[in-house]
Design a protein around this ligand. Structure first.
Ligand SMILES: C[S@@+](CC[C@H](N)C(=O)[O-])C[C@H]1O[C@@H](n2cnc3c(N)ncnc32)[C@H](O)[C@@H]1O
Length: 230
């Protein structure tokens, strides 16, 4: 092929590549607008924030949506507002269980939330200004809560996706929590799984379970663990 024809061919190719690039950008922008439109029409702010976090850190978030009101209320109902002492929530996410605890009559100033995700922490501080939000690792409670609780806790309430962690880590977490709680105080945990995240035979731990909460996506069950006094 003569040199001139080759140069013409190259120019045409470049023009077509530029055209394809432009088209690709336009299609990308259109998909972005559609997504934003979908989010605004179909998802509230919490669901949107939750899904973004799930995409970024699927194992840490461990759920496809925040807990619904019914599940949050079932969890909160295991906490006795009259029992003295702080109440600790682990993995509060966007705060549906926190809200149910406050609606149950628990003074927000009694609540300490331990959340890993800094953006969830920012949201929680805005939404519940009187609550103490600690950004940190709930599986390392002794360090994360060092000097935070003024007295043993009246309850722990957890939304952590426990099944994403090995059994030893789950048991360590429970033992650390019991070390920070009053005797016989409840450790409340929900799970989508059919079985308890803590084996029934662990030490002196007693467990009880709610019925399956069908009005949640996905349906879930609440487990409550207590340590029998010696
Ligand atoms: C299944 S979501 C539950 C959120 C909320 N409690 C609810 O019921 O909608 C789990 C939450 O635990 C948090 N989380 C996971 N691992 C954690 C850790 N090691 N320490 C503190 N928070 C953690 C996640 O960031 C997320 O907010």
């Amino acid at each position: 092929m003569p040199m001139r024809a080759l140069e013409d061919f190259e120019r045409q190719l470049q023009r077509q590549l530029r055209f394809i690039e432009l088209k690709r950008g336009a299609i990308g922008r259109r998909i972005g607008w559609r997504l934003r439109d979908f989010e605004q029409k179909n998802l509230n702010r919490d669901e949107f924030r939750f899904i973004r976090s799930l995409i970024e850190k699927p194992l840490t978030v461990g759920a496809v949506a925040p807990s619904g009101k019914v599940l949050a209320r079932v969890m909160a109902n295991y906490v006795d507002p009259a029992a003295a002492g702080p109440i600790v929530e682990l993995g509060p996410g966007t705060g549906p269980v926190t809200e149910a605890l406050v609606e149950r009559g628990i003074d927000p100033a009694r609540l300490t939330l331990v959340e890993y995700d800094p953006e969830f922490c920012r949201m929680l501080r805005q939404r519940f200004p009187a609550v103490n939000v600690v950004q940190g690792d709930a599986y390392n409670l002794n360090e994360t809560l060092a000097g935070v609780l003024s007295e043993p806790a009246a309850a722990f309430v957890s939304g952590l996706p426990l099944f994403n962690k090995p059994l030893k880590m789950r048991l360590d977490l429970l033992d650390q929590a019991f070390g920070l709680m009053k005797p016989d105080a409840p450790f409340v945990q929900f799970t989508y799984n059919a079985i308890s995240p803590i084996p029934r035979s662990h030490g002196r731990v007693r467990s009880e379970a709610s019925g399956r909460v069908w009005r949640n996506f996905p349906p879930a069950r609440v487990w409550v663990y207590r340590v029998s006094p010696p």
